[in-house]
Design a protein around this ligand. Structure first.
Ligand SMILES: Nc1ncnc2c1ncn2[C@@H]1O[C@H](COP(=O)(O)OP(=O)(O)OP(=O)(O)O)[C@@H](O)[C@H]1O
Ligand SMILES: [Mg+2]
Length: 446
């Protein structure tokens, strides 16, 4: 059992995800996760309103390797190894207690790493089992997994309070779970789910931003595999960074996250297993940084994809490499298009910049370019050029440089000064009866 602590490569999010898989499997509609700091420990409670277990099923569930990975599973089953409940829990805690109830009553079973005597498991029934719960169960059936002696939950050597260390972990897990289960959280799956962490519900994070008007969804493909199985492949080109709001950018992990998270997103029964990899089919080049490809796998292909025990890794089967490479090549040009188009517009701006950096006499100043087509239009057409010029000089003199500098140092991601949509810029120019020569970026008049 101690060895089981090292199975897989669980972090807190992966461990919780493995338990949430079980809750979904048990038809739960809600999962509540609570972290209660207690003395030098943290008690973690993962509670669901699923169908619960009878004593017999509970005892079986607590057994290591409770089912063989070779056993055929129901098509919607999120399990595979018969280990998740135990290995995920013990990866974080030394004591695992599972309390489960339904019409047949309430029972609890416990493994304590420091007290396993001749493979005997502690069993508690009725009142004794109920005592493990903080309050009476809300639902008529359900299961609560309780982790105690959580020696792996946070690093005790770090000089911070238990709350600080825990908060960082919880916030990371929250983000991960919002992504891993986004198709359940959004109701896309037939088994919709709400997850609450410290009483706050998780909102789905859709890595393809399918609801965003600027997302391009490309034609999907159905790849037939032996035995009538198939996998679904669907590419998306997500909007350019400049078209996203601050919160959308943050949800996608900032600019860095956008580049890092390009690639395949592999789902097993709509639950995200692995993302941000091209399986070395194409380089992580900048050109495809807006491209994300959804792959939907049935659980019957677990062996071929080498799904790991912690459900956070998979390998592309060699037989599929060629097929998927062709898919990637076909759409990657589109992603290039999004960038190039963007590039041309920005170059146009570059060639006729709104701001000029003026370095003179050991002084740097930022001045508005009087030759910019729109500015020139204002100067020549909008009343007294002298007054307009004075207005521009006033703006230049009061550029809030110190505030900008401070913002750039503290939260560079949040500074969104650039024009968000190049077409907006184009329409401005058209609106002012000017036309920018695409090739040379110069104003060519009416
Ligand atoms: N929250 C729960 N509600 C009801 N039954 C559960 C719950 N958690 C676990 N079980 C039962 O315990 C069994 C063992 O769970 P465990 O996670 O260890 O293995 P698994 O889900 O079968 O496979 P995997 O190792 O791939 O997760 C499950 O098959 C299920 O019958
Ligand atoms: Mg499981």
């Amino acid at each position: 059992m101690t060895t089981a602590r090292s199975f897989g490569n669980y972090d807190l999010a992966a461990a919780l995800a493995d338990l949430i898989d079980n809750s979904i499997q048990a038809n739960a509609r809600n999962v509540w996760v609570e972290f209660d700091p207690a003395d030098d420990d943290v008690i973690v409670r993962i509670c669901d309103d699923g169908r619960g277990m009878t004593l017999e099923v509970l005892i079986d569930a607590m057994r290591p390797a409770s089912r063989s990975p070779e056993e055929k599973r129901d098509a919607l089953d999120l399990g595979r190894f018969g280990w998740g409940l135990k290995s995920a829990s013990l990866s974080q805690a030394r004591v695992l207690t599972v309390v489960s109830w339904n019409d047949a009553g309430i029972n609890a079973a416990r493994w304590d790493i420091d007290n396993i005597d001749n493979w005997s498991m502690d069993i508690f029934q009725e009142e004794d089992a109920l005592d493990f719960l903080e309050s009476k169960p809300l639902a008529s059936s359900g299961t609560e997994v309780i982790w105690a002696h959580c020696d792996r939950l946070y690093d005790k050597s770090i000089n911070a309070t238990i709350d600080e260390r825990l908060n960082e972990k919880i916030s990371h897990a929250r983000k991960q779970l919002s992504l891993i289960f986004h198709r359940y959280l959004s109701g896309e799956s037939d088994r919709p789910l709400s997850i609450y962490i410290q009483s706050i519900s998780l909102s789905p994070v859709d890595p393809f931003m399918t609801a965003h008007p600027a997302t391009q969804s490309l034609d999907g493909e159905l790849i037939q595999i032996r035995g009538g199985e198939h996998i679904q492949v669907k590419p998306y080109v997500i909007p350019h960074f400049s078209k996203l709001t601050v919160s959308e950018r943050l949800a996608l992990g900032g600019e860095e996250g956008l580049v890092r998270n390009q690639g395949f997103y592999v789902y097993r029964n709509k639950r995200l297993i692995i993302y941000g990899t091209w399986f070395r089919l194409v380089p992580h080049s900048e050109l495809s940084q807006l491209t994300r490809v959804r792959i939907d796998l049935p659980n019957s292909l677990d062996a071929e994809w080498k799904i790991t025990l912690d459900k956070s890794d998979a390998q592309l089967p060699p037989t599929l490499r060629k097929r998927l490479r062709a898919v990637v090549q076909k759409f990657s040009k589109r992603s290039v298009g999004v960038h190039r188009r963007k590039g041309v517009d920005l170059n146009t701006i570059d060639k006729s910049p709104v701001w000029r950096r003026n370095a003179h006499n050991n002084r740097i100043r930022y001045l508005i370019n009087r030759d910019h087509p729109i500015i020139r239009e204002i100067l020549t057409e909008a009343g007294d050029p002298f007054v307009v010029n004075e207005a521009i000089r006033l703006l230049e003199a009061y550029v809030p440089i110190d505030v900008i500098q401070n913002d750039l140092e503290t939260s560079p991601d949040k500074v969104v000064q650039a024009i968000t949509d190049p077409s907006e810029f184009d329409s401005l120019i058209v609106g002012s009866h000017l036309h920018l020569d695409e090739e040379h970026g110069r104003s060519t008049g009416f």
